[in-house]
Write a protein that binds this ligand. Structure first.
Ligand code: HEC
Length: 255
């Protein structure tokens, strides 16, 4: 392999990350994700099943797996998080995947786009994108559902958390770009109807929800890190043993 091949391979490896960064365009707000904060995950799970699971599924994820990972018993999960029914009309079992009762066709008819599975969205879109998306729905009478979104312009999802956040309208400012063109730029939002939560409380609710969605997109992250630490520790101890052995084997040959 010559140097050029190595460099091309390296550039190719970096490309997906680069193009992902470029596709964002809008400035995103940062959210801190902590998969070990089980209280936050529990709050996020509650918001998710109450406000999202009606339209979206997350059917790579099982309810009892959540119980195990966020420190709840199966009974607590059934009581607080399982609100759907199965085909026989009985409450969904705790070992089931998190599906919902809305068909894809109905979703498409009702909203123009069917609500996608959200199990892996924290990975496909990124957590900062989700955090910004869920906080930047704004009133826009030209849209079928009356709202638009800062990071997902033209999204057909209604602002389902309006009860908590309230309604906000965009604030525009006229700015001149480097070529001297004037343009209206969205610089922020103004709350026109208050919600049940203050802006700070709402940010925390969304941060917990995004934390839960990040957990769902990578449920064994905490376990993987823990096992990884033990593996590293083993390798370090093994290095000492292997080095001593090597010294012993070569003692009579290399003086
Ligand atoms: C009333 C139905 C409905 C509810 C409830 C709902 N959504 Fe949506 N959602 C939609 C629809 C429809 C789309 C598709 C939008 C499009 O493609 O234009 C969507 C799209 C999304 C997307 C974009 C996915 C992608 O990668 O394109 C995310 C993220 C999302 N929803 C998160 C949520 C979260 C989190 C909740 C709960 C707080 C929620 N949704 C509740 C209808 C809903």
């Amino acid at each position: 392999m010559n140097t050029r091949t190595v460099i091309s391979a390296f550039v190719l490896l970096l490309m997906p990350a680069a193009s992902f960064g470029a596709s964002v365009g809008v400035e995103l707000d940062h959210v801190r994700i902590d998969p070990t904060n089980t209280a936050s995950l529990q709050r996020g799970a509650r918001t998710f099943v109450n406000y999202c699971l009606g339209c979206h599924t997350a059917d790579y994820q099982r309810y009892n797996r959540i119980a195990q990972d966020v420190g709840l018993t199966d009974e607590q999960v059934v009581e607080n998080l399982v609100f759907t029914t199965d085909d026989a009309g009985e409450r969904t079992k705790v070992g089931s995947l998190m599906f919902n009762n809305m068909s894809k066709d109905y979703g498409k008819q009702a909203f123009g786009a069917s609500p996608p599975n959200l199990a892996l969205t924290a990975r496909s879109r990124g957590t900062d994108w989700l955090y910004t998306y869920l906080r930047t729905f704004y009133l826009d009478p030209s849209r079928p559902v009356g709202v638009n979104n800062k990071v997902f312009a033209g999204a057909s999802m209604p602002h389902v958390l309006w009860e908590l956040q309230g309604w906000q309208k965009p604030v525009y400012e006229t700015q001149t770009d480097a070529h001297g063109h004037e343009a209206e730029v969205m610089v922020g939002f103004e709350l026109v109807t208050k919600g049940k939560q203050t802006p700070e409380e709402y940010d925390r609710t969304v941060a917990d929800l995004v934390n839960f969605m990040a957990y769902m997109a990578d449920p064994i992250k905490v376990v993987r890190h823990r096992v990884g630490m033990w593996v590293m520790l083993f390798l370090i101890v093994f290095l000492v043993v292997a080095y001593q052995l090597k010294k012993e084997y070569w003692r009579d040959i290399v003086k």
